[in-house]
Design a protein around this ligand. Structure first.
Ligand code: AMP
Length: 567
């Protein structure tokens, strides 16, 4: 392995990076720095965040800036405002001992006038999000005619975020003989196209394997019943008392709901998603960076800007559709040489995706069992005892209180004192898990045959004069036949409706009602919610009533604001 000096880094920069704690170059730096310093090779680097890529392109760029020329000489494009600020901050740190070097971050959502003023005063390196840069170009506020180095950082993310057109336009504005560097965690076709269209004989540098997840990350999955996902999440959090991680959800709504539940249940959690204002997002991210939050529940898009190195866990609350999204998520742990764990909580239906992801990332997943109450209590207990052993003791401040305390506790033996202090903290877990039922695992074979049985029952024809209805609640919701009868009677108290056969399935049910009341009943029933679930009713597919061949249009839609809660 070469040293930074051997790679050609000058003393001013060496001193700055030494102060940052960089002793030896990371692999991407060893590969990229000499290429950029020696000649103007275009480079496509497959490297994830956390591999040290900012210094890989940042140090040679700073080395080559002509301070006397106050026009932008290097342009770094990146997908988010947070990454933009992060890169600009890193470049400022690296150039601490390079007098008069100006780095300007330009990004959307902040005052464009102040960015224009800063540009007028002269900058050497511009770090930009594509949308805002395009805006500045359109206003004639920035000239890129002297740019000799262009970096496309997290290129795959920029394309995912729809910046292809802006990137195309921007690249028209920079001189053709520039040196272009492209960094990407994955290599989809579109990235290969950028390399083909805008780069000259690029050299490919791969840190790790193509589309392969970080080797320092262990991947495991838990299969649970869909309704138990949240309980499983709680158990995993309880089993890892020192967890510092991101829980990825698929939608903003789910993100908020899971965060709200965790907070209500006493966890140190918060949410990050696109429904929050930029100020709120900044606030949450800052709290998370400072570790004032242990569990951040986030959507993929909102978490993009967050750069935190020492996450212990990534928790996938369900798997993403796309294996590349999984690579991005899991790549947020196990950074800078540390190890990390990527956990997926899935239901049976998602199991097939595990195989696909394993193939794409070329790493195996380990099937894990949800810890039981006893295992969790044991982990919590030892973690607490461990903390107690390592706690800092402010002798000066507590000494004066101790004689009174000793006197008060004189009647207790050492064992008793320990037991009581431990109980003080630990009772919360004991209480919760003492009576908590263990989560039942879905039984794959049983599930399939039950599904088959359910479908058979579902296709039964209704009695003559009756319509067979489908309702989206079942045994899993604690439903009994009398509940269906009560609901129907409650909905239409003035009518005497004849109710026929009722078939309860696991997650849904069927019931028959006299055909004349079917339409009105659909309207009324969907105003209900049952055990917190919105009720949806439609005519069953195989009902023998002519008009019932298809579910009625709109019958499964959400009810209006007047929805009544049932049970
Ligand atoms: P990056 O991929 O550029 O976001 O870098 C990931 C982390 O590694 C950052 O916290 C950097 O400060 C750190 N880092 C980068 N290069 C080195 C190095 N040579 N030695 C130690 N840490 C480094």
């Amino acid at each position: 392995m070469k040293t930074f000096e051997e790679l050609g880094i000058s003393p001013a920069l060496l001193q700055a990076i030494r102060e940052l704690g960089f002793e030896n170059p990371m692999p991407v730096q060893e590969a990229v720095i000499p290429l950029l310093l020696a000649d103007r090779t275009d480079i496509v680097a497959l490297a994830q965040t956390g591999t040290g890529k900012t210094a890989a392109f940042g140090l040679p760029i700073i080395e080559q800036v002509d301070i006397t020329n106050k026009k932008p000489q290097a342009l770094i494009l990146c997908p988010t405002r947070e990454l933009c600020l992060q890169i600009a901050g890193d470049l400022n740190d690296f150039s601490k001992y390079v007098a008069d070097l100006k780095v300007l971050p330009v990004y959307g959502g902040s005052n464009i006038e102040s960015q224009i003023n800063a540009l007028k005063k002269g900058v050497h390196i511009v770090v930009a999000t594509p949308g805002r840069l395009q805006d500045l170009i359109n206003r004639g506020a920035i000239k890129l005619g002297e740019v000799s180095k262009v970096v496309l950082d997290e290129a795959d993310e920029m394309l995912n975020m729809g910046f292809q057109e802006s990137i195309d336009n921007i690249l028209q504005e920079v001189p053709e003989d520039r040196n272009t560097l492209l960094f990407s965690a994955t290599m989809p076709k579109e990235i290969a196209n950028i390399a083909k269209n805008y780069m000259t004989n690029p050299k490919e540098v791969t840190i790790g394997h193509k589309n392969v997840a970080n080797e320092n990350v262990k991947h495991s999955y838990y299969i649970v019943q869909a309704r138990d996902k949240y309980l499983a999440l709680k158990r995993i959090a309880d089993y890892n008392p020192n967890v510092y991680g991101i829980i990825f959800c698929r939608t903003r709504k789910e993100t908020q709901e899971i965060a709200d539940k965790l907070i209500q249940d006493g966890y140190n959690a918060d949410s990050l998603h696109g429904d929050l204002s930029q100020t709120q997002r900044d606030y949450v991210m800052q709290k998370f960076r400072l570790r004032n939050i242990q569990l951040l529940v986030a959507t993929d898009v909102a978490a993009r800007g967050l750069d935190v190195d020492d996450l212990t866990h990534i928790i996938n609350y369900g798997l993403p559709e796309d294996a590349e999204v999984y690579t991005h998520r899991s790549g947020r742990t196990g950074r800078a040489g540390k190890t990390g764990i990527s956990i997926s909580i899935i239901n049976l239906k998602e199991k097939g995706k595990i195989k696909d992801i394993e193939k794409k990332i070329n790493r195996p997943f380990e099937k894990a069992n949800i810890p039981n109450g006893r295992e969790i209590c044991e982990r919590q207990l030892f973690s607490m005892v461990d903390k107690m052993e390592r706690v800092d003791i402010a002798d000066d401040e507590i000494d004066s209180y101790l004689p009174v305390i000793y006197r008060k506790l004189e009647w207790l033996s050492k064992e008793e004192v320990i037991k009581r202090f431990v109980s003080l903290q630990f009772n919360r877990f004991l209480d919760y898990y003492r009576n908590a039922p263990e989560l039942s695992l879905p039984d794959e074979k049983g599930e399939r045959s039950r599904d088959k049985d359910d479908r058979k029952k579902g296709s039964r024809k209704a009695e003559k004069g009756f319509t067979r209805m489908f309702i989206n609640i079942g045994k899993i919701d604690g439903l009994y036949p009398n509940h269906i009868i009560e609901m129907i009677n409650d909905c239409m108290p003035k009518d005497r409706i004849n109710i026929g056969r009722i078939d309860l399935m696991k997650t849904f049910s069927f019931f028959e009602v006299e055909s004349g009341s079917a339409d009105r009943l659909i309207k009324e029933l969907k105003r209900l919610s049952y055990n917190g679930r919105k009720v949806s009713v439609e005519v069953a597919q195989d009902s023998n009533d002519d008009k019932d061949k298809k579910p009625k249009k709109g019958s499964g839609k959400k009810g209006g604001s007047g929805r009544r809660s049932y049970r």
